[in-house]
Design a protein around this ligand. Sequence first.
Ligand SMILES: Cc1cc2nc3c(=O)[nH]c(=O)nc-3n(C[C@H](O)[C@H](O)[C@H](O)COP(=O)(O)OP(=O)(O)OC[C@H]3O[C@@H](n4cnc5c(N)ncnc54)[C@H](O)[C@@H]3O)c2cc1C
Length: 422
Amino acid sequence: MSTLIYWFRNDLRLTDNPAFARACRQAERLLPVYCHAPEAATDWGFARLGAPRRAFLAAGLDDLAGQLAARGSRLLELHGPAAERLAELARAVGAKAVHAEAIAAPEELQEEAALRSAGLRLETHWQSSLLDPAALPFPCAELPAVFSAFRNRVERTGVTPQAPQAAVEHLPPLPAAAAGLDNERPPLPLWHGDPRSAFPFAAGEGAAQAHLRRYFASDLPVHYKATRNGLCGADYSSKLSPWLASGALSPRSVHAALRTHEAAYGASDGSYWLWFELLWRDYFRFLHRQHGARLYRARGLAERAATPRHDAAAFARWCRGQTGEPLVDAGMRELAASGYLSNRMRQVVASYLIHDLGGDWRAGAAWFEAQLLDYDVYSNQGNWLYIAGRGTDPRGGRRFNPQKQAAEYDPQGVYRALWAGD
Ligand SMILES: Cc1cc2nc3c(=O)[nH]c(=O)nc-3n(C[C@H](O)[C@H](O)[C@H](O)COP(=O)(O)OP(=O)(O)OC[C@H]3O[C@@H](n4cnc5c(N)ncnc54)[C@H](O)[C@@H]3O)c2cc1C
């Protein structure tokens, strides 16, 4: 038994957090920590973390800190490179090891490697997918190259997710030295959300659990397949992604709520499609375990593909919602104002940047990373690659004609009017 640090990453919750539960079991004294990355600009000339996501993250951390405090512990917030700050902290509190969830994306893996090079013992635990990779009917290295083949094999072999674990209630005491440590939260931007937002919900595990109960106690999931391409309002899709991405909610909790809903309402096309989408989320996770940094090359997984041209002025107009294409502009304004965008509009605006403007998909992915409340490294990279035709999808990219999309999904122009420019 010893002093351990638990490093919260994209798992800001106490319910169904096996990595955290394990640290609690193993530690005599435990210090829960979140480390804010240093402010950085992207290669494309804008801040890596936009105001909406910073505000949402801060509110999620407040919720987590409150839960830890209610259990006699605390959340220490550090600011700076994780390897440096955690190594300093381990020395200061006499911690023997750091426990954390595993993240299989290149930068996050580099962070882990830096921590180990700093002499720290780091124990990571994979927990962000719905399905346990060890339960798949194939190793991740042999993941089917096409999503439908992956889904068929999962469904044929009847792989089922494990039940979520209850929230950790009993936490080890803090190390004595923690009393003298102050939080280092970077200053927050002023951001109050937008009354038109399709995601009018609060951050944190409490709000996530409340939304999960409300959504699955209603008949909304029954109609999900028919409504999921909606553009306006809070109910056309589940709106679970911001909590899933920050880890306020685990996918296994979502799955358990989905099955409870089916027990009450019966299985429906809608409830099946929610499972289907959760499998997409897993697929992009497993794809990262298979291909790693190759997913981040300009050519992605393509054998050969030209590096796209980056026209900074055209890209800036796209970001600001000033392309002159009304549906695209409405989407880009919604994204910047609210930090949320429907799946349909994500496809439309991404396709426009890649296929109409001939822009670099990596710049678009970086802009989404900065703006989205639900930014998730796996799903963002995977979807951008898919639309660019540089992932595993054999169809060579997805092009969405914005005028046809407007006629089909916004026939009365309600969405375009909602997000029309000033
Ligand atoms: C270019 C592009 C970038 C994207 N970036 C992200 C991202 O950074 N983070 C993110 O969570 N999703 C991303 N998505 C996927 C999808 O748009 C969002 O997950 C979805 O719109 C979130 O809203 P919801 O929770 O109401 O989803 P619902 O439609 O209710 O779906 C339920 C859940 O299934 C998962 N899901 C649904 N669609 C997808 C998908 N295409 N890929 C992976 N998982 C999916 C999400 O976890 C979602 O919460 C992206 C899609 C595109 C086209």
